[in-house]
Design a protein around this ligand. Structure first.
Ligand code: 8NA
Ligand code: MG
Ligand code: MG
Ligand code: MG
Length: 313
């Protein structure tokens, strides 16, 4: 398939950063007041990004560099993540990830490093899902997107749910990129497609619950209770997916819905924002928001790189 349009690629990248920056001040709060969020949306201060965007930038650059191969090189990717963490450890990383990055930076193979956390189980955190959306920009099919998502996760998240979360978000980003905003998005069909590439009963139960919440037009607080809003993959990727699916034609509202769900707000809104931007394009977001993005320039260059003519080698 052809590369996604520049507007959609840029939308995916900027949407992720917008969700991160708009959600960050509320991270960890169970209740987010609409008036507080509205004030932050209307502010003029820069949207400083956190770990979510810092690592998405690394992954986007990695796949853009290998655009003609449509793939990943995990032995290269693992140290690239570790270098980004080492340069800016203050970006708000979880507890397990810095440990893994430290080991990788010290030369431990990523497979062992990713198993060294949480008693050998590895992390089921949402840290692989939060950074993954850019892989959809080079994926050639839905299955390929899920596979790239899973591979990118393996270097830090050995637990199956950490990997399922990344596969799910990568596949959702692929579907959002390929969706045409002139046509209604069929949420049931979208979830059925995800069921084919995320093969886990626990995830399928979440997909069923998402469909039910959409049918009942559930608000964010109710949805957060039904799906979870924590730092685990299984407890956050579904809420991001719902925020997108239930507000799929209004990119700003998808981010707003995700932040109002509370909990891991920067990460959930970042994932929802990437999906919303992938469907609706960068122009769907308010200028006033994108102008505040700390990472606007590098993200713009990456969108150029991934959609422009292939550089001669
Ligand atoms: P991670 O691997 O540290 O996982 C996140 C958390 O999940 C851990 O700190 C543990 O509490 C828990 N966890 C994960 N796997 C297991 C396991 N096998 N057994 C028991 N507990 C487990 O980091 P990550 O990169 O996956 O997480 C990403 C999140 O951390 C994002 O929200 C990101 O923004 C960051 N973050 C979160 C918070 C927060 O508490 N809301 C604050 C700052 C940063
Ligand atoms: Mg974060
Ligand atoms: Mg909660
Ligand atoms: Mg977070």
């Amino acid at each position: 398939p052809a590369a996604p349009s520049h507007d959609k690629a840029l939308g995916l990248l900027l949407g992720g950063a917008l969700g991160d920056g708009l959600g960050a001040p509320f991270e960890g709060r169970e209740v987010v007041e609409e008036t507080q969020l509205a004030a932050w949306e209307a502010a003029a201060t820069p949207l400083v990004h956190t770990d979510d965007t810092a690592l998405a930038l690394v992954l986007a650059a990695h796949v853009a560099e290998r655009r003609d191969e449509h793939g990943l090189d995990r032995d290269a990717l693992a140290p690239e993540f570790a270098v980004a963490w080492r340069a800016e450890p203050w970006r708000g990383y979880g507890s397990g990830t810095p440990h893994v990055f430290g080991l990788i930076g010290a030369g431990v193979p990523w497979r062992s490093a990713a198993r060294a956390t949480f008693g050998g189980q590895g992390s089921y955190g949402n840290g692989a899902a939060m950074r993954v959306a850019p892989v959809a920009l080079v994926a050639t099919s839905l299955h390929h997107a899920a596979e790239l998502g899973r591979q990118s996760a393996e270097v830090t998240h050995a637990h199956e749910h950490g990997q399922n979360g990344a596969a799910c978000q990568a596949a959702a980003a692929y579907l959002a990129l390929r969706s045409d905003r002139r046509h209604r998005l069929d949420a049931v069909r979208f979830l059925q497609d995800l069921t084919r590439v995320v093969r886990s009963r626990l995830w399928h139960e979440k997909f069923d619950r998402i469909a039910e919440l959409i049918r009942h037009e559930a608000g964010p607080a109710h949805a957060a209770r039904a799906l979870g809003n924590d730092v685990s993959a299984l407890g956050s990727v579904p809420l991001a997916l719902l925020a997108f699916l239930t507000r799929c034609d209004d990119a700003s509202m998808a981010i707003r819905y995700a932040v109002l769900g509370g909990g891991d707000t920067d990460t959930i809104a970042s994932m929802a924002g990437a999906l919303a931007g992938a469907r609706n394009g960068a122009r769907a977001f308010p200028e006033a928001w994108t102008a505040r993005l700390e990472a606007a320039e590098p993200l713009g260059r990456l969108a150029d790189q991934v959609t422009g003519p292939l550089a001669a080698r």
